[in-house]
Design a protein. Structure first.
Length: 178
């Protein structure tokens, strides 16, 4: 009921304490906000790696595809040969991978034909850093090295392998269409 001198457009809420605290959901809202800020503020590796000097971590949260004699360590799989010039392949990769969800290009070095991208996980927004470099082949074609690494956690549950496999298929399909 509105008393004399009260504004009918103004809504008032009870300020009596509840079992959740003074404002009802205050502590839960604060916890949710802290979790949200913590998870979305995870910093990513923006520098990428040098394939010739790569040292892999002991944790199983990376995946490497590399052509023979281009990487300092044994790859998980060998890179395919692609019937495009190195510059064509570099441009194609830059275009196609910039369209991937939750992915940003953080570094592009056209003179080295090297890209560094960060893709964040769907729910928790954890960053994975992906370094890609295109190499020329003697026949005029090209190949590439891709290293995908999770920054957080011990295991990636196969996410890096799945990403690299999917991206390679996407790149090969787009290259065949040219």
């Amino acid at each position: 009921m509105i008393g004399p001198g009260q504004d009918a457009t103004r809504t008032t809420y009870s300020s009596s304490p509840t079992k959740w605290g003074r404002s009802g959901w205050g502590p839960l809202r604060q916890l949710a906000l802290v979790l949200l800020l913590t998870l979305t503020a995870c910093s990513a590796d923006m520098t990428g790696i040098d394939f010739a000097k790569l040292v892999r971590p002991s944790t199983p949260n990376t995946y490497l595809v590399c052509p023979p004699d281009r990487c300092a360590v044994n790859p998980d799989a060998e890179s395919p040969a692609i019937a495009l010039s190195p510059n064509q392949l570099y441009d194609l990769i830059r275009l196609k991978l910039s369209e991937q969800p939750r992915t940003i290009l953080v570094s592009a070095e056209p003179e080295r034909r090297r890209l560094v991208l960060v893709q964040r996980s769907r729910i928790f927004r954890f960053p994975d850093t992906i370094t890609i470099q295109v190499f020329d082949l003697p026949d005029g074609g090209s190949t590439l090295a891709i290293y995908s690494a999770s920054k957080y956690g011990r295991s990636d549950l196969g996410v890096n392998k799945a990403r690299v496999t999917e991206w390679l298929a996407l790149i090969q399909k787009a290259a065949e269409a040219i």
